[in-house]
Design a protein. Sequence first.
Length: 261
Amino acid sequence: MTKTSWSRFSKLALACLFVLSVATVPGAAVSVGDSDVTSDAEVGTQVTATATLTELYQNPSLESWTLAGQTDLTDVTWTVYYYDQTGAKVDQESFDGQSFSGAEVATSDGTNEVEVEVTGTVPEVASYSYEPAQTFTVIGLEQTRQGGSTNEIDSWNATYYTGESREARNAIDEASADVEQVNSQEAERSLGNAIDAYNGEEFSLASDLAEQAQEQAQQTQQSNQLMQYALYGVGGLVVIGLLVGGFLYWRSQQQGHDKLG
């Protein structure tokens, strides 16, 4: 293969690779502007979350598509608001249930921005774990294009808890901070038992064991401090002894010189 032919072949190969890379990269969904979604919530309480979608017809360039959403909240109501370029509301739709689809976003309707609002009740926790903390989906949004291809726009999750589980987690968190500062197998064992109790949904027991671990860690820390103070005291006595001994030796040497004089 001549140099010219090789150069042409290289350019062709690079062009093919570029086309393949573009073809295999999924189209980016619309952009997300402002969002107001809680990061944690108590089981049984009602929450409302909102997300605003912008750059609706770019990446890829589209004239229309449909919006879908899903959530783990219960007793759910969705409201989709459509705004034009001036910020004026041009339409709104409501949906019920943990998921919805078919909300059409189109340039022909003058829609320039979409706000999605979901209101529902925080569900029961299916299974508790201290680490990682359990989460649920507050709101998840998808873009469906003509032909059926779907892109995830974004998804927001939050931790959820009951009053007892939150109290137990806080107790374990506080105990962990103290246990990490000392070397105490007893405190580490109690902390591990507290976490096991939490995972078993025995929250009252978890709180008691966490407090026990914290007390054990604090006692160990106090003992270590007393030992350190004692060592400082012994070290101070040694230094004083050396100074006194040195002074007495110096005095004896001075007295010896006086007698010789």
